[in-house]
Design a protein around this ligand. Structure first.
Ligand code: ATP
Ligand code: MG
Ligand code: MG
Ligand code: MG
Length: 478
């Protein structure tokens, strides 16, 4: 297998007269002669030319859409439109047959919803090829960004006893034994049997653990799967998603915002520099979608323009209080009718409000700071006004919140006081509180949902279409 060459490499260099071997899957087969072969390294197919009369009927019949082939041949200049090279086949071998009658991929476009139902097919489409190659590239860029800045990649646990966000969206871990179930004191079966005697759940955030790392290693980040029992069907929530969570010692909210903005711009630039072909493909796909919309609902910018705009302009930074004024005002002027009316200070923003601020009001990404403490987690640093915390959310067009971060409460008394107010068990989190007793210091960090970032970069509207195996209510097989 090892002498095969990827199609991307073949198309990207001048290999005329080279004798090569490629392997891939048949996209189309025309006139018993022209095979469009794809191996997932690029959306561009390599045209394989099977000389007429050279191959037996039996073999030709097996070259069907979806079949896996091995082709040995010589690269020649192509006379066809849109391709420089093609492969003049000398040996064609069918490695895996594909039942043409049953193969669901037709040359026509399928809806993304339809493709979500057919796991094997989804991966063979250009749209998902582009999305997953970009996703891979961004994951690599994330490690590169933090590594170059001297951050340590800290692996935080998936099984944990804490609900860091305190939002009650945890999935319980159980090792329930059907044959030999554990019993409650009254003899009934204990269906909630736990982790060897300790109730645990799947992590909703690696932040508390990352804080421990930061208060020793200075700058750390975690990047791993995160689980939330989101029993909702929105375009930006999954039950299993990946989160990037950096944590920096000796840092405040300002440092946190600067890091997040720099990070997002770096990742976007990385994609523009390294995934241009796939981005261009997705941009043209989006353009087709836009054309279906009425003129006044179309996006002003194409995907590439949007990404370039984001890296070349500062994010708008305003306080939560200012945002509420803008939203109240826009409602008052009947500029925008929200489903959920913002009429007072203290309520949490919904995605419609976040998107209004970004898409209509400022027309750029927005960093909202100093949220009311009542709608934020216990660990955020309390401001002197007694009402707000040093939190920041970054809002992006098309999605709304993509980052949630804060300066952490480093003062033990303040932290304990807040935990008591919020009924968070101080004793169970003593391991965490110890950091405030032994060399505490100002520190800050944020969580960025990887899928929301991929959504933003690829322009995909539904978060389910940027993860290979989406988990959402009732969807857990593939
Ligand atoms: P939302 O308001 O959208 O529910 P959140 O405020 O509950 O998000 P945080 O606890 O602040 O989320 O988590 C940090 C980041 O993780 C979010 O800004 C978002 O990018 C991402 N995130 C949170 N929940 C989900 C989810 N269910 N699916 C995908 N990404 C998520
Ligand atoms: Mg949430
Ligand atoms: Mg939120
Ligand atoms: Mg948040």
């Amino acid at each position: 297998l090892n002498d095969r060459i990827r199609i991307k490499e073949v198309l990207g260099s001048d290999m005329v007269n080279h004798n090569i071997t490629i392997m891939g899957w048949v996209r189309t087969f025309r006139n018993n002669q022209f095979i469009a072969l794809n191996d997932g390294s690029t959306n561009n197919n390599l045209q394989v030319v099977a000389e007429l009369g050279h191959y037996n009927e039996e073999l030709l019949k097996r070259i069907t859409t979806g079949a896996a082939l091995k082709v040995k041949g010589t690269i020649i200049p192509s006379l066809g439109k849109g391709q420089k090279f093609e492969l003049k086949a000398e040996i064609i071998e069918v490695i895996g047959d594909s039942d043409a009658e049953k193969f669901p991929l037709q040359p026509k476009k399928h809806s993304l919803e339809f493709l979500r139902e057919i796991a094997h097919l989804r991966f063979r489409t250009n749209t998902f090829g582009s999305v997953f190659r970009i996703r891979h590239s961004l994951a690599y860029a994330i490690h590169k960004f933090f590594n170059d800045k001297g951050f340590i990649y800290l692996h935080t646990p998936i099984i944990t006893a804490s609900d860091a966000e305190g939002a009650g969206e945890t999935f319980h871990v159980t090792n329930f034994d059907l044959e030999n179930p554990s019993k409650n004191e009254d003899g009934t079966i204990n269906y909630k049997e736990d982790f060897f005697g300790r109730p645990t759940n799947l992590t909703v955030s690696g932040q508390l653990e990352a804080e421990l790392g930061a208060l020793a290693l200075s700058d750390v980040y975690t990047f791993g799967p995160t689980f939330r029992a989101e029993n909702s069907n929105t375009a930006r929530h999954l039950a299993e998603f990946w989160m990037i969570e950096p944590e920096m010692a000796f840092s405040d909210l300002e440092d946190d915002m600067n890091l997040a903005e720099e990070f997002i711009k770096y990742i976007i630039k990385y994609a523009l520099d390294n995934n241009r072909e796939d981005l261009d493909f997705l941009a043209s796909r989006l353009l087709d979608e836009e054309k279906q919309k009425p003129q006044n609902e179309r996006n002003e910018m194409g995907l590439i323009e949007k990404l370039e705009f984001v890296i070349n302009n500062n994010f708008e930074r305003i306080t939560y209080t200012e945002a509420i004024e803008i939203l109240k005002e826009s409602n008052h002027n009947k500029k925008k009718k929200f489903q959920f009316l913002i009429d007072k200070w203290g309520v949490d923003l919904q995605s419609e409000h976040e998107r209004y601020l970004v898409e209509k009001h400022f027309k750029k990404p927005v960093i909202l700071t100093n949220y009311p403490k009542e709608i934020k987690a216990f660990y955020m640093r309390q401001n002197d006004d007694g009402k707000t915390v040093a939190a920041m959310d970054i809002l992006a067009p098309g999605i709304g919140e993509i980052v949630g971060g804060s300066q952490r409460e480093e003062r033990l008394e303040k932290l304990e006081e807040r935990m008591k107010e919020m009924n968070i068990p101080v004793k169970e989190l003593s391991w965490y509180l110890d950091t405030r007793k032994f060399g505490t210091c100002p520190h800050a960090g944020f969580g960025l949902g990887f899928e929301r970032l991929v959504q933003f970069v690829t322009g995909m509207t539904n978060i389910r279409d940027v993860i290979p195996f989406p988990r959402f209510p009732k969807n857990a097989d593939f």
